[in-house]
Design a protein around this ligand. Sequence first.
Ligand SMILES: [Zn+2]
Length: 358
Amino acid sequence: MRKFTWAMLGLAALAAVPATVTTQEAGFPVEIIKPGKGPYTFPTGYQTPWEKIQIMVTSKMSPNLFVLHGSEALDPAHPDASGGRAMALFGPDGVLMVDTENRQVADKTLAAIRSFTTAPIKILVNTHVHSDHTGANGFFAKQGAVIYSQENLRNEMLRVPARANGQAAPAPDMAGIPVATYSYNKATEGQPAVTFNMNGETVDFIPMMPSHTAGDTIVRFRKANVIYIEDFYRNFGYPFADQSNGGSIKGMLEAIDLIQKLANPTTTLIPGHGTLVKKQDLLAYRSMLVDVMAKVTTMRNQGKSLKDVLAANLTAPYDKTTLGDTQQSKDRFITEVYDEVKDFPPVVDGKRTMPRHD
Ligand SMILES: [Zn+2]
């Protein structure tokens, strides 16, 4: 029998600590500007005044990891703060960016970055395909960024959907297409596909299951104890799974469960929109998804039409606690659940062929 020593216990305790557990730098994170709460209304025919929208440093996660977001009350797609949050890790090794904001404000996004660093833009990772996250990809590629994403995101971008009015799809902007790709694999779920060691930080690109889209990536900054969780979770408006781009409400549940494993109680989670949260804050959202899915499943099994299900107002119990709870946001969410609980099409090259509801 081996003799017990405190050193043995120390080693065992060290081994039990997951690699994700870190403590934040003293005094961080700092939130400078919070997103707005609304309610917001826009007149019919309103066009986003891009020239008025500012891109600002809205929070600092560490001395060299900043979060960028846009102005409140101008962009009807995201009235609480225009665009999808972007991040910049900076220092002597260059700038690593997460997402690029909208194309129309590319120069302002660069100017915001240039307000705190002159380092070259080197690496860009896209968390999902939507234009408020990838719109300025081409602009930043020309600044020198090598773009990383899931292969599905690259496919989604290459195959631009036809316009609603039947016009042919516009050609993709080849300058903005990710060049370094990887895929989600159930067997290695939660493990980084790519890790960068830059500027004193360790950054993991972790591919996600089809959830907000089929090409989602979350980005973990180990030292700062921060995870950018993109859009499978949101706290402004109802959940949005972009099923045409391979998204799935069930996948969003799996994504939340994975975050529970990857984050510790103090990890700052950065959604693409809405307020910054901790992993505990995701649980009420998860319960709502489970509840609404169960109710829609029951109604669909009873042969109820989409119109019947929408009329049942299943989100009513959640309206009081959901900021940005517009009719459009509710109807989109319920329609997604309705389409998912029966005959849900598979993902092919990052896309699903969804039924039309005209
Ligand atoms: Zn977004």
